[in-house]
Structure formats: C-alpha cells, structure tokens
Design a protein around this ligand. Structure first.
Ligand code: C2O
Ligand code: CU
Length: 469
C-alpha cells in the first residue's frame, strides 16, 4: 500500500537569484497539505469491521512527510473535524509561532478553517506530527504521522522502514471505546489499549531475507503504552534516539524501550537463516508480554555476508549546554494513584487532593497543577542560557517528560552518568527514578514541558518554560 509518498511535495526553488549575482543561499521548500478529518481504518484483522477514526487526510497514520535536512517545510492544515485542532511538530527545533500550541503560540484552527505552518529543518532525524488540542482524544482517534528529515548522505541500507506503533482500546466490533477522560486511566498509567498496530495495521508477519540490512525508524504514537521490544537472536544497533544520532550501540540488555512520543532509529542486520522465524516480543508490562510481529526469513538469502558499511550518523548542529553557568532547577513530579500528594496549586489557589480530584486533576509539577496550556512559567530563561533540570519522579507511575522546541542531553539517571549523554526531546522517568537533563535555551518563546502520557498531561502534568530577552 503506497499511501506514504503520494503527497511528496512540490519542490519550489526559492532562491533570490538576480542576474549576475551568485546565489547566496538556496532553500528548497517542501510543500504539503493535510486535512484533519474523520475516516475509516482496518486496524484489526478482516473478520472485524473497519474502525471509525480521525486522521490526517482521513488516514492512520497520516501521510509521511519526507524532507531533507536544511529544507523548509510548508504545510497547510485544513480542519474538517467537528472540533478545534492544531498541529505540533514533535521534536523539531522551530520558531515558537510554528509550534502548534493552542492559545500559546497560535489560535486554535476552528472547524472549517486552515492554518499554514512553515519553518526550516535544522536537524536530520525521525520526528512526527500530531495535534496539541484535546490530544488524549485526537491522537487517540488516530491523528498522527511521521515527519522524516533525511541526512544529506544517509548510511547505505537495503531497506528503510518507518514503524509507527500505537495501541487502541477497541470493543468487540472494533469501535473505539469512548471515555477518554475516565478517571481511572488519568490517575494511573493512562489509557492503555487492547490492540497494538504498526502503521495503522494489525501486524502479523514481516518478510525479510538473510543478509539484509534494514534501517528501522520506530515512533511510539501511543497514548500511554510503553514498548520494550526484544528481537530474539538479533542484535539491533541503536543509531539515533528522538532523531538525534548516538554512537551505534546494541540496545540495553537487547531491549528497545520506547515511551510515548519517543523515536529510535535502529540498524537491523538480518542474521537468521533462510526459512527461520523469530517473534518480536513486547515485554514492558511483564504480566502481559505479547508477540508484536514475526520476522520471517524467505528461502532465498539476499547475500552471504553482512554488509560492513559505516552506520554512524553525522551529528546535528545542537548547542552544547555549559554546566558551569547553567541554572539548576529541581523538578518534582507528583500525584497519581498511590501517590503522597495531599494537595497542590490549581489556577493560583492551593487545593486539597479531594478538590483536585473533583476537577479531574491528579498530577502536579513542583506543586502546581496545569489547567490548559496558558500557564505561569515554571522557569524564565534568557536566550543562550544553559539549564539543568533535575527531575524526580515521586509517583508510583512512569512518566515521559517532553520539552518543546529543544533537544536536551540526558546527563544522569539515579545519579549515574549516562553512557552517551544522549540528545533526546522526551525522556522516560521511571517510578521513583531521578533523571538529569541539560539544554541551551536558544530559541525565544513559551515552550511546553509536559508528560507525554496524554492522560497525565491533561490532568495536570504540564508546565511551561519562558525564554525571553
Ligand atoms: Cu508530542 Cu507537547 O507534544
Ligand atoms: Cu506522566
């Protein structure tokens, strides 16, 4: 099914060429159009009916937007949903006005109207797009797509694949179960589904040949589900996390862990023999491990020896935080079921936990519960300043903290320095874990900082960092 590339953009060359003067800079603009609208998708096997979804161009996932590093992305989004929406370009370092946060960076796109986003793409990598309005429901109904920014000179592979992982809560007629804001989900691990899809389809068999080298771009678009994928008898090499290159290395204990909104680029060398079959297993929730897909080897090998081309990606042009001058801030993640929070500030007023729960609020950051996107900043920074956030998860649940418009280095976990000081834009903070991150506040504006478990985000776990001269 080649729904991926049919919108491949019209390339408009916009360089200010005057006769007789050499071109100063030639920027290639990739133009796309997206329509947020209802549609149908066959999410589960054919014995079930298709599911009513919301999608970009009615599709799940939405069209893949594929561009090159240094190009400018131009996307017109038309809203044909029955409610307001926006599009957030997750992980892209862009001007604040293009970030897609309703009431903060733009007015919401009303039903029947449109908004045009345009911004340059400084970094290569695997990114994605999704609404930032009523996200728990809009993303939950299928609104998301991949945004792939290619390196000028990508590593040589036989095949490149994008797998967008999602999970759905469906009834026996494959209808989406309503009640996105049910309190049990909000106060616990979020809305976990009962049907996992890859690119909007029920995964079954992935056909390959021995000797094949695959670049696999994984994106976790699920509302709350964390994936921990094992590839038995294979040794996937991680080459990028959240789009940003990392020295190639085997996944920790052979398990590829991906919290909501995170991406991982893998090089998968197909080392099995012709005719063999290996299940890829998701073991994050140990009681309910399941087979995601089978890697099935065809009879004819592709080649006898594995390719030995380099797989290290060139670094993205990220500003290096300065630990000496950095402002250090503790970030306490609080609340939730089995938590110790007795109250927190909501809309400027301290309220006890029962009052918060009555308003559907369960989570706080540094004692403050968010209500919508318009918030008092957690932190003010001057452009160029370095910042260290020392996050502590004081809750009984994992969270995945995402910062808009920047990439941060993950410096330490539970006080132990990380192996690669990975660049990420979203980081999993396990229950009772501490994680230290650092970044340079190089882009002026109001940037959201929130848990990407969408039920946690809507029930209080969101804040904002203001960067202003
Ligand atoms: Cu992927 Cu604030 O979002
Ligand atoms: Cu959370």
């Amino acid at each position: 099914m080649n729904r991926r590339n049919f919108l491949r953009g019209t390339a408009i060359l916009t360089c200010g060429l005057l006769p007789g003067t050499p071109p100063v800079s030639a920027t290639q603009v990739q133009a796309f159009s997206l329509s947020a609208e209802p549609g149908q998708a066959q999410l589960v096997p054919e014995e079930y009916p298709a599911t009513d979804v919301w999608g970009y161009n009615g599709l799940v996932p939405g069209p893949e937007l594929r561009t090159r590093q240094g190009e400018t992305l131009h996307v017109t989004v038309r809203n044909r949903l029955p409610e307001e929406t926006t599009v957030h370009w997750h992980g892209i370092r862009l001007p604040n006005a293009m970030d897609g946060v309703p009431h903060v960076t733009q007015p919401p796109i009303a039903p029947g109207s449109a908004f045009t986003y345009e911004f340059p793409l400084p970094d290569a990598g695997t990114f994605w797009y999704h609404p930032h309005m009523n996200s728990i429901e809009q993303v939950g109904r299928g609104m998301y797509g991949a945004l792939i920014v290619e390196e000028p000179d990508p590593p040589t592979v036989d095949r490149e694949l994008v797998w967008i992982l999602d999970d759905w809560r469906l009834d026996m007629d494959a209808r989406i179960v309503e009640g996105f804001d049910n309190r049990h989900d909000l106060s616990h691990g979020g809305r976990i589904g009962n049907a996992v899809t890859i690119n909007g389809e029920f995964p079954d068999i992935f056909r390959t040949r021995s000797g094949e080298r695959i670049r696999l771009r994984l994106i976790n678009a699920a509302n709350s589900r964390i994936f921990a994928l094992e590839f038995p008898s294979h040794e996937p090499q991680v080459i990028a996390i959240d789009g940003h290159p990392v020295p190639p290395h085997p996944a920790d204990s052979g398990v590829v862990t991906l919290a909501p909104s995170m991406r991982m680029d893998l090089i998968l060398d197909m080392t099995g023999s012709p005719g063999q079959k290996f299940p890829v297993v998701d073991r994050y929730y140990r009681q309910s491990a399941y087979r995601l897909i089978d890697l099935a080897y065809e009879e004819a090998p592709l080649r006898a020896n594995l390719p030995d081309h380099g797989i290290q990606l060139p670094a993205n042009p990220l500003p290096e935080p300065d630990p000496e001058s950095a402002i250090i801030r503790t970030v306490e993640l609080e609340g939730g079921a089995m938590g110790a929070m007795d109250g927190a500030t909501l809309n400027g007023k301290w309220q006890d936990i029962r009052a918060l729960v009555r308003q559907g609020k369960f989570w706080a950051i540094n004692g403050t519960v968010s209500d919508g996107h318009v918030l008092d900043p957690l932190q003010h920074l001057k452009p160029g300043q370095s910042m260290v956030l020392d996050m502590r998860n004081n809750t009984a649940w994992p969270h995945v903290m995402h910062l808009h418009g920047h990439a941060f280095r993950v410096l330490a976990r539970n006080g132990e320095p990380t192996r690669f000081r990975e660049w990420q834009d979203s980081v999993l903070v396990e229950r009772h874990e501490t994680v230290q991150i650092a970044f340079v506040a190089d882009s002026p504006g109001d940037w959201m900082f929130h848990c990407h478990m969408l039920g946690h985000q809507m029930s209080g776990m969101m804040s904002l960092i203001r960067i202003k001269a």
